[in-house]
Design a protein around this ligand. Structure first.
Ligand SMILES: [Mn+2]
Length: 252
């Protein structure tokens, strides 16, 4: 194992030993160490707000542009029936486009922030067990659609031995349309941290970014995270994730 791999392993093991129930970590990788010692000649730019979903296929779709949805009570039974598939309103999630547009909810200070032109690339790793189809796809689409392409090296989906058939061949087939998406299948249930290690083991990006498999990234989500690591590879950035998510991380 090379030194870089050992460092990566130690960071991940430390996260485990700390007992962190991590939902999202951005973690520096071997190559990021090089950045700190390199002579920086890079300029800066305002955080990019790339979003290919600005003009969605169906502007009237449920939940489009982040609109709230109130289902008629006649659909309560359907909602109840499917609730336990994900312990949230799976029925409604499945009716909202997986690549919907959402409003830019960032505070002004975030959208006006500047970052360096030569940020490191990242591998985004999603680990899941029996994730709901629509939320998993929404997570992937949001990363593909709202990340600067030159910074997104790949998306790695780690299937921690799911039982759902739709997460096998149908998922392979769906994701085959996206060259940046790779799927790693574990042969037995490993648990979250070992699943993340499996994703990290095959990652080729300079920074590892771990996301929950039921998120929706907004514009400008990635560059500020990478900027923190660029400025100091010993930092692992924490992010605030609206409503449900929490981002915690640490480094060696
Ligand atoms: Mn979660």
């Amino acid at each position: 194992m090379c030194i870089g791999s050992l460092q990566k392993q130690r960071r991940l093991n430390n996260a485990k030993e700390e007992g962190m129930d991590l939902l999202l970590i951005a973690m520096s990788h071997l190559h990021v160490g090089n950045i700190s010692t390199a002579v920086r000649k890079s300029g800066v730019h305002k955080v990019l707000s790339l979003d290919v979903t600005h003009a969605p296929r169906d502007p009237n779709a449920l939940g489009q542009f982040g609109r709230g949805v109130i289902l008629p009570s006649s659909e309560d039974e359907e909602v109840r029936k499917r609730w336990d598939e994900g312990h949230f309103n799976v029925y409604l999630s499945d009716r909202i486009p997986v690549d919907r547009a959402i409003p830019d909810t960032r505070p002004e200070v975030c959208s006006q922030a500047v970052v360096h032109d030569d940020l490191p690339s990242t591998s985004v790793i999603f680990c899941f067990v029996d994730e709901v189809w629509s939320t998993l796809l929404r997570s992937v689409h949001s990363v593909l659609n709202r990340s600067p392409p030159h910074l997104l090296k790949e998306i790695i989906l780690v299937d921690d031995f799911s039982t759902k058939d739709y997460l096998k061949e149908p998922l392979d087939k769906y994701m085959s349309q996206f060259p940046k998406v790779r799927i790693v299948r574990l042969k037995e249930r490993q648990g979250l941290i070992r699943a993340r290690l499996a994703g990290a083991a095959v990652a080729t990006g300079e920074v590892l970014t771990f996301l929950d498999s039921h998120v929706e990234c907004n514009v400008g989500w990635l560059e500020p995270l990478l900027e923190r690591i660029y400025l100091d590879p010993q930092h692992t950035p924490q992010d605030y994730v609206d409503v449900l998510q929490l981002l915690i991380g640490r480094n060696i």
